[in-house]
Design a protein around this ligand. Structure first.
Ligand code: HEM
Ligand code: SF4
Length: 578
């Protein structure tokens, strides 16, 4: 955040991380003194604002814009503090601090969200400045986690490690973070603005559901550039983003995004909150007309002033240098033996590992979806124990995924068994990544003031129905996503099975959607028919799964069976023949 006091400029802070820190190789951006000073000043400012609110000098209405600038929401029962985790990367020093904050000022836990952030659900307002101060001490804050500004840039949780990656997206995510933080022109947009970037065509960042989605890639000569998508979003009117440019060269990235945001800032609707997102502007103008304005604006921009300096990109890249991974053979006899001897470990390796680019290593997903648990929740004790495991096995680094899980990205294969045992001991070893019980769910009526229905108990009931892990593995990849209202914070539009809570004459009802996909073959889910009550929706999911099992081809995933056969057989099973 080097340039925070000088918004719009980008710079690379020197890396001051002490050599002895266990997370010195974690792939996080390190602040310089100026960044730190700025964040501490901001805490002091907010402390004064909170004092004035508590003394009655400010009404809640007057205080609202001030608290929202610092990530403080008012939920159903309490204030909530949303803390930014830049592109989901955490060092273990930071994770331990989050644990401490949860224990000291919340109820001993935190909640990881679908936007790679963490939320504390029960802080007392009087304590929030101390929480923010404690965060500032480990280079964290809550700025731009709320409000009509550019929010936390999200990315692929396997970045910098995945075998299929073409460009490490953290470098550009950091550049975008610096560019967008307190950007004077884009601090009061018509509505919030979300950018996601993926460095692989496998797109694990759901880029087409974002206001701007970027796929970082290389041209034939190896130069970095970006396929740019614009105008995606979920909420009450979901749209997949349209392709704006096949290849924007790296040097032009900021100029191009500046052009998109200028057109949005100028023409986006401010008269109706439900029509204010860029997706509506793209839709109302038509993609072609919208993109023409972007190109005109882009042509007008003084390119030199916005060009990304390659030396600066390199300096930022240095913050994300790979950790000192050992050269190992791809096969690990110790790993193979442990798999052969322990069926539960073998099962976990089938669902929770992803190929690493360095032979002899793997990326491990730490499930925050124990059967019957609350998706995304983790206790302070678990955070601390996980930090110990990350120091021991993954260079002091932990990532947050938009699927509300955590990731240890650089684990030696021959240490995976020890890691799994450590995870099992703290309740984080569930072998369900990508399976039926790995459910995304928004906070819903348990916390959220906008909710129609509860989401968490529905996720718990479905996970409990499918508790048998062998059965889940036999069913295979199936992504269920639940939102407690039309705002779609739980991504139901892009669930293989999406569940949307609706209010029907004062009663909680749930619509079932099928066929959504956030990935490279992005699709929006479609409603199948009339909704279900809380018990009925669990049965309905069971019906969909049984229908799939009856109809699937050899090794065919749920989403592929659905694509092959269409929705008709599923609708018929759910609602009878039309
Ligand atoms: C105080 C609690 C929350 C409030 C008041 C809130 C409000 C909203 C609203 C109004 C929208 C619709 C925006 C639009 O269509 O223009 C939305 C979308 C969204 N929210 Fe939340 N939300 C809350 C909590 C969360 C949480 C906990 C998460 C993550 C788990 C989250 C992630 C998202 C996502 C991913 C979207 C859809 C993407 C998009 O913006 O189009 N929200 N939220
Ligand atoms: S989807 Fe609705 S109920 Fe769920 S968190 Fe968002 S606003 Fe609240």
């Amino acid at each position: 955040m080097t340039h925070m006091p000088r918004p719009g400029a980008i710079a690379a802070a020197p890396d001051h991380s002490p050599d002895a820190a266990p997370d010195r190789h974690a792939g996080i951006y390190r602040y310089d003194d100026l960044d730190r000073e700025f964040v501490f000043q901001r805490v002091a400012q907010f402390r004064e604002q909170v004092r004035r609110r508590l003394s009655g000098a400010l009404t809640e209405d007057e205080f609202k814009p001030l608290r929202l600038m610092n990530g403080v929401y008012l939920q159903l029962h309490a204030y909530m503090l949303r803390v930014a985790i830049p592109y989901g990367m955490l060092g273990t020093t930071q994770l331990r601090r989050l644990a401490e904050i949860g224990r000291r000022w919340d109820r001993g836990y935190g909640h990881f969200t679908t936007r790679q952030n963490i939320q504390f659900n029960w802080p007392a307002l009087v304590d929030v400045p101390d929480m923010l101060h404690a965060l500032a001490e480990v280079d964290m804050h809550a700025i731009q986690t709320s409000g009509n500004c550019i929010r936390n840039v999200t990315t692929d949780h396997f970045c910098g490690a995945a075998a299929d990656e073409i460009v490490d997206p953290r470098v550009h995510a950091e550049i975008l973070r610096q560019w967008s933080t307190l950007h004077p022109e884009f601090s009061f947009l018509p509505r919030k603005f979300k950018i996601a970037i993926s460095g692989t065509p496998q797109d694990r960042a759901a880029v087409r559901t974002h206001d701007i989605g970027l796929i970082a890639t290389r041209d034939a000569a190896g130069a970095v550039g970006f396929t740019v998508y614009v105008g995606g979003g979920q909420g009450r009117s979901p749209f997949l983003a349209v392709k704006a440019r096949e290849f924007v060269p790296e040097a032009d990235l900021l100029a191009y995004l500046e052009a998109v945001l200028r057109v949005y800032n100028q023409y986006g609707r401010r008269d109706n909150i439900y029509k204010a997102r860029i997706k509506i502007l793209v839709h109302e103008l038509g993609a072609e007309a919208f993109l023409r304005r972007v190109e005109e604006e882009f042509a007008r921009l003084p390119r030199g002033a916005h060009a990304l300096d390659p030396a600066l990109v390199e300096a930022i890249r240095a913050h994300f240098a790979p950790p000192p991974l050992e050269r190992l053979p791809e096969r690990s006899p110790a790993f193979d033996l442990a798999r052969a001897r322990n069926a539960a470990f073998a099962r976990w390796t089938r669902s929770n590992l992803h190929p690493h680019r360095q032979p002899g290593h793997a990326i491990a997903t730490v499930s925050l979806k124990p059967v019957g648990g609350i998706p995304g929740d983790i206790t302070s004790d678990q955070m601390e124990a996980l930090a110990d495991l990350a120091d021991r096995f993954s260079f002091g680094e932990v990532r947050v995924s938009h699927e509300q899980n955590l990731v240890l990205a650089h684990v030696r294969k021959d240490e995976l068994y020890a890691l799994w045992q450590g995870l099992e001991a703290i309740g984080l070893g569930t072998a369900n990544a990508g399976l039926v019980s790995d459910i995304i769910a928004c906070p819903g009526l348990d916390y959220c003031a906008l909710a129609n229905t509860r989401s968490i108990p529905i996720a718990q009931a479905i996970a409990t129905r499918f508790a048998d892990l062998d059965r889940q593995h036999a069913i295979g990849e199936l992504r269920i996503k639940i939102s407690g209202c039309i705002n779609a914070c739980g991504h139901h539009h892009v669930g293989h099975i999406g569940i949307l809570g609706v209010d029907k004459k004062g009663e909680e009802f749930y619509q079932l959607l099928l066929g959504g996909d956030p990935g490279p073959q992005a699709e929006l889910a479609e409603i199948t028919g009339p909704g279900f009550d809380a018990a009925g929706i669990v049965d309905a999911v069971e019906t969909v799964v049984r229908t799939y099992l009856d109809l699937r081809g050899e090794g065919e995933r749920f989403i592929d069976t659905l694509r092959r056969l269409g929705h008709a057989p599923f609708k018929e099973a759910l609602h009878g023949a039309a």
